[in-house]
Design a protein around this ligand. Structure first.
Ligand SMILES: [Zn+2]
Length: 253
């Protein structure tokens, strides 16, 4: 009988760990292909790259030519002057199966001077309606606006939401998770986020890098997954598989 040492088992499993980055901006890298290849070598097989502006959407869609890369497009709170492009966005999504969601879209306290709350809410709701018609999820950007976002999510019961770069409270995370939505954990792990990881069901967790804005590259998800593994006391391979499974089921990929 062959005796398999624990180290060998561990190494074999780690080799096969299937990691995923739920949100980044590949088009902002100077050499995106190198970034994608490096991530894949390290086990990050699925990357979702997000638009949010007219230019960002174009870049994100271009990235879907690469295997394992999917895109979300939309008009975020910084780009509301481009709201007349929302119809184009709908047509693009219908034509390209690798555009798997609308995002990032939402509300942002930073742009309130320029675009008031009602205006931001209106553009957000209009795009949620398209997601509902198309049967695809929404990737939410919610800087400093979690309460308003939770209200809008609650009124949109036919739509699935992924909360990108979640910075709400544990209570808000649990409320959203209870409605079947996903909480995306970024690389900056504050004590609040560690608390959320500890208490939130793993079935509602995905990980993201928001690179190059926050993380260095999609490969950074490994550190977050290691921490989730440690906090929850679940093996790294299992955590990676479960979190990637959550993402695949949510986006139908
Ligand atoms: Zn982002």
């Amino acid at each position: 009988m062959v005796q398999l040492s624990k180290e060998i088992v561990k190494e074999t499993l780690l080799d096969k760990a299937e990691m995923s980055d739920a949100h980044c901006h590949l088009e902002l890298f100077k050499h995106p292909l190198e970034i994608i290849e490096k991530a894949r070598e390290e086990g990050v097989g699925i990357i979702i790259t997000a638009g949010g502006t007219v230019e960002g959407n174009m870049g994100a869609v271009e990235m879907t030519n690469y295997d394992g890369v999917f895109a979300t497009i939309g008009i975020d709170p910084s780009a509301i002057e481009d709201e007349d492009r929302i119809d184009d966005i709908e047509m693009q999504i219908r034509a390209n199966p690798k555009i798997i969601g609308i995002g990032e879209i939402g509300l942002d306290v930073k742009y309130l001077d320029k675009y008031n709350l009602e205006l931001q809410k209106g553009i957000f709701r209009r795009q949620i309606k398209i997601a509902e018609e198309l049967g695809i999820p929404v990737v939410v950007h919610a800087r400093g606006m979690m309460k308003h976002v939770v209200d809008i999510v609650r009124e949109s019961s036919g739509v699935r939401f992924m909360m990108h770069f979640f910075d709400g409270t544990l209570e808000e995370a649990q409320k959203l998770a209870g409605m079947g939505h996903l909480i995306s954990i970024p690389p900056r792990l504050t004590s609040n986020r560690k608390k959320i990881i500890k208490h939130l069901d793993i079935g509602n967790i995905v990980v993201e890098t928001d690179s190059p804005v926050a993380g260095h590259s999609p490969s950074d998800v490994k550190e977050t997954l290691e921490l989730i593994s440690k906090i929850k006391g679940i093996g790294f391979y299992d955590v990676a598989s479960m979190v990637t499974g959550n993402l695949k089921r949510f986006f139908y990929i």
